[in-house]
Design a protein around this ligand. Structure first.
Ligand SMILES: NC(=O)C1=CN([C@@H]2O[C@H](COP(=O)(O)OP(=O)(O)OC[C@H]3O[C@@H](n4cnc5c(N)ncnc54)[C@H](OP(=O)(O)O)[C@@H]3O)[C@@H](O)[C@H]2O)[C@@H](O)CC1
Ligand SMILES: [K+]
Length: 460
């Protein structure tokens, strides 16, 4: 059982292809299900500390895992019962059922136990849960003191994270072989509780990965303020947003940060205020230029965004500037561009769609040629070449004014340090999440920007 940082994230189709690859190399489905079930049983056995376990088994292979778990726990002397929703209907699950030699209760009549294992549905759920299943799951879940889902909480769509019916939240989800998008995308992610990954012998490489602690360049004897990475932030109509962004860039490790368009000195004193003119914009030392935080959306600001696009700098485009550009314009411009839209900004730039957040981020990166950080409680980062990173659950107190400005600054700092756009975006998201974790609760964006120093220090 391991933590999920850096783990591959596979869609249902990719997961089945990975399983098929293992079978082509001589593995077989029964052996794989035994490994999955025994790995789950070991975790359930440790966490239940001898308390009675009720395993709920569905008709497919998720249910097959459940029968293996129950048989394994029984063989270890643990009190365990099984309740099922119908008979198994795959060869592998039928085989697994033969290993369980005790009675099987009907799901609707099952008596609760202190530990509930949900092996009703995994990646194969194809339609919303029936109301009677929802009622049984919530009745048994509420009576248990520990609830554990096998692969996924039953009733979530593996690829999109959408609810299928009214699934119940669990305390722990044991992801089998690889993470699935639903472990990271809302609303499903919030139902998963803690997510841990179990190895089942599948080679789960993928273009999508969970963000983990980044590797960032450390200053050395040759370092000076400019080669550490210079960030410039364009100040717009609301000065505070650009100041927060610039402050965040400094605390995330940039060697030199300039606020373009500000003349009044003030704290932080390390922040350089410069006029916003052609000379300042053309400064070849700028390694990342941020435009958008607190910008405004009038014609003057549109012209300013066009001047930023006309520069040769690597760009982070955030906030209002996302309303003043088009995907075609970005694609034509080329160069390194990172976009950091929240849901509203994303829709303004790329339009509405019923697709999953993962698919929408990938399509947006493809359309714009930029790296897209589709931020929110389930941030997805997509590069134009298809590589994708998903953020693990972060501190919900991040839903505060200025949080996005801080994120743009953190990402710009990592971009200026020389990381490629995907790595810079992922590193910025990680630093932002780690700073929020360290802040605890009820923090404001100013605290968050300062806490980036401790988040950055945690990596050294
Ligand atoms: N290959 C392997 O050996 C390995 C597989 N592994 C495990 O297998 C899981 C995937 O198994 P799976 O593909 O059988 O799908 P699963 O999630 O059990 O559900 C499908 C069944 O549910 C039914 N059904 C669907 N929706 C329904 C609804 N709303 N209400 C009622 N019924 C509904 C559906 O019926 P159908 O749609 O076909 O009519 C079908 O019978 C995966 O998550 C992992 O746990 C791992 O152990 C690794 C090794
Ligand atoms: K399940």
């Amino acid at each position: 059982m391991r933590k999920i940082a850096g783990a591959a994230v596979l869609t249902a189709v990719e997961m089945r292809a990975a399983e098929a690859g293992a079978f082509d190399r001589g593995d077989d489905a029964v052996a794989m299900m035994q490994r999955a079930g025994h790995a789950c049983a070991a975790a359930v056995g440790r966490l239940s500390a001898g308390a009675e376990v009720l395993v709920l088994c569905g008709p497919g292979n998720n249910g097959g895992d459940g029968y293996v778990i129950a048989a394994s726990l029984a063989a270890a002397g643990q009190p365990v019962r099984v309740a099922a929703l119908g008979a198994p209907n795959t060869d592998t699950a039928v085989q697994a059922r033969t290993g369980w030699h005790r009675p099987v209760e009907a799901l609707g009549e099952a008596f609760p136990a202190p530990v509930l294992v949900d092996a009703l549905f995994g990646i194969g759920i194809s339609c919303p849960l029936d109301d009677t299943v929802v009622a049984a799951l919530s009745r048994l879940g509420e009576a248990a003191r520990l609830t554990i889902a096998v692969d996924l909480p039953s009733g979530v769509d593996s690829d999109s994270g959408a609810r299928l019916g009214c699934p119940a939240p669990v305390d722990l989800t044991l992801a089998l072989g690889a993470l699935k998008p639903a472990h990271l995308l809302q609303p499903a992610a919030a139902l998963c509780g803690t997510v841990r990954l179990l190895d089942i012998g599948v080679d789960a490489s993928a273009t999508a990965q969970v963000i983990g602690p980044p590797t960032l360049p450390e200053p050395g004897p040759q370092s000076h303020k400019f080669n550490r990475g210079m960030v410039a932030v364009v100040r717009g109509r609301m000065a505070g947003a650009a100041e927060l962004c610039a402050t965040a860039a400094m605390h995330a490790g940039a060697g030199y940060v300039a606020l373009l368009g500000a003349s009044m000195p003030g704290a932080p004193h390390a922040l350089v205020r410069r006029r916003l003119d052609d000379e300042a914009l053309a400064d070849r030392r700028i390694a990342a230029l941020v435009v958008g935080p607190g910008l405004g959306r009038d014609d003057d600001m549109r012209a300013l965004v066009e001047r930023a696009l006309a520069s040769e700098h690597a760009l982070v485009i955030d906030g209002d500037a996302l309303h003043l550009v088009t995907p075609e314009q970005l694609r034509t411009r080329g160069g390194q561009i990172i976009l950091t839209p929240h849901a509203g900004e994303f829709e303004a730039l790329f339009g509405r769609s019923d697709g999953s957040k993962l698919d929408r981020a990938r399509a947006a990166a493809n359309a714009s040629g930029a790296t897209v950080v589709f931020k929110g409680p389930d941030t997805v980062i997509a590069a134009p070449d298809g590589r994708t990173r998903l953020a693990p659950a972060a501190n919900n107190w991040l839903s505060t004014a200025g949080s996005g400005d801080v994120l743009a600054g953190a990402i710009a700092s990592c971009l200026a340090a020389g990381l490629d756009p995907l790595a810079a975006a992922a590193a910025g998201v990680w630093l932002h999440g780690e700073a929020a974790r360290r802040c605890g609760a009820a923090f404001i964006a100013d605290d968050l920007a300062r806490a980036l120093t401790q988040a950055r220090a945690a990596l050294t």
